[in-house]
Design a protein around this ligand. Structure first.
Ligand SMILES: CCC(=O)SCCNC(=O)CCNC(=O)[C@H](O)C(C)(C)COP(=O)(O)OP(=O)(O)OC[C@H]1O[C@@H](n2cnc3c(N)ncnc32)[C@H](O)[C@@H]1OP(=O)(O)O
Ligand SMILES: O=CC(=O)O
Ligand SMILES: [Mg+2]
Length: 355
């Protein structure tokens, strides 16, 4: 193992200096598309204007006989599209697959200057990140890149969850982690057969009210993902990187999708994946704080002055800790509003009304 002093040293001669802070541009939705699908690819220039992150997916959901077409399609889309401020990410194939080496060599060489983040699936431990880290440094040096590519891990194996803290801190390239509930369920041998979301069988029941065990007992569905999302959020926050919820596969059920995204938002995630155009606006709505919450946060910050001591606002005690929470919300709102005049106006109107 290298000395901690070398953590920020480039891993290949001529590779760019690693970043000391992960950039945090808006990434409320990571919009997946299959670059080998002509219909989806045709929508990319328009979708790029609406999303924070566009991700050319090369892994699962791309047929084995379309892997090369997807890789080449992403190269040509990246070269021919102006993405503006929208980030371009890719998800490469898993490290044990026959495609990943060519994915990385081709993408870094051909479009390394256009890509922001490389999502690595099925990460099991720090060793997977170390492998990608060194290879990227070699490829960046050869391609003459001046900005380091960042790495995003999917948390979707039981080993990955067991090692999530070491994964989050494995490299200065680590940008974030997404929960991958579908592969994680399979890896854990869960019996869910769906892509994210809840399950009606995973519940708790109130106590019996009498002799009849079926009478008058309410059940409450529980969140299958609470433990993993919370662990992932802690691992990310402790290492200065960003946590995300992953896919919600029931595209038709926009209501439950919004619930799942909101649970993740409230627990600390900054965004989620959108698999279909209909999920883009859901993520945008959920991962932008509501105007009411922003107005409240700004009010607490204003009334707390230098941020110390305790005050009462509308019957609720505020102190140093609650003002810190309010700053999280207000700073996120300011960052999002800077690029979104409509959101800025909604936040300012609610703030005015509340003061
Ligand atoms: C489970 C674990 C994981 O790894 S999740 C991540 C991997 N999965 C993916 O990336 C899936 C991406 N999404 C898709 O493949 C499609 O959205 C699926 C779910 C198959 C639905 O497609 P389809 O049956 O065409 O839906 P639709 O008829 O409602 O589509 C309407 C028009 O929109 C298009 N569309 C669909 N999805 C996208 C997308 N992600 N990005 C851009 N465009 C998309 C469709 O092509 C269709 O276009 P058109 O109107 O026919 O021209
Ligand atoms: O890749 C995502 C997942 O849920 O599996
Ligand atoms: Mg997966």
């Amino acid at each position: 193992m290298r000395s901690p002093k070398d953590f920020f040293a480039p891993l290949a001669v001529g590779a760019p200096e690693p970043l000391r802070q992960i950039p945090v541009p808006p990434s409320r939705m990571i919009h997946f598309f299959d670059p080998s699908n002509e219909k989806m690819a045709a929508k990319v220039p328009d979708i790029a204007k609406k999303v924070d992150v566009l991700l050319g997916n090369l892994e699962d959901a791309v047929r084995a006989d379309r892997k090369e077409a997807a890789r080449n399609g992403l190269v040509s889309i990246a070269k021919s599209t102006d993405f503006g401020k929208t980030q371009l990410w890719t998800r490469v194939n898993s490290l044990d697959s026959p495609w990943v080496l060519d994915d990385l060599i081709t993408l870094v060489t051909e479009i390394g200057d256009k890509l922001d983040v490389i999502m690595v699936p099925k990460v099991e431990g720090a060793q997977d990140i170390h492998y990608v880290d060194r290879l990227l440094a070699q490829l960046e040096a050869r391609a003459g890149l001046t900005k380091p590519l960042l790495v995003h891990a999917i948390l979707e194996t039981a080993s990955g969850v067991a090692n999530v803290e070491e994964i989050a801190g494995a490299s200065p390239r680590m940008q974030g982690i997404s929960l991958g509930p579908a592969d994680l369920a399979a890896s854990r041998r869960m019996k869910t057969t769906r892509v994210g979301g809840g399950h009606p069988g995973y519940l708790v029941r109130t106590d019996p009210t009498g002799e009849d065990l079926n009478e008058g007992r309410t059940t409450y569905q529980q969140d299958l993902w609470h433990y993993t999302v919370a662990r992932m959020v802690d691992a990310c926050a402790a290492n200065g990187i960003l946590p995300y919820y992953g896919p919600f596969g029931d595209i038709r059920d926009v209501v439950a999708c919004e619930d799942q995204f909101r649970n993740a938002f409230l627990l600390g995630c900054v965004g989620a994946w959108s698999l279909h155009p209909v999920q883009i606006d859901i993520a945008k709505k959920v991962f932008s704080p509501s105007p009411e919450d922003v107005a409240w946060a700004r009010r607490v910050i204003a009334e707390m002055g230098d941020g110390t001591g305790a005050v009462m606002i509308d019957g609720k005690m505020q102190d140093d800790a609650s003002v810190k929470q309010c700053r999280v919300v207000a700073e996120l709102a300011d960052a999002l509003a800077a690029d979104d005049p409509e959101l800025a106006a909604a936040y300012d109107a609610a703030t005015k009304e509340a003061s």
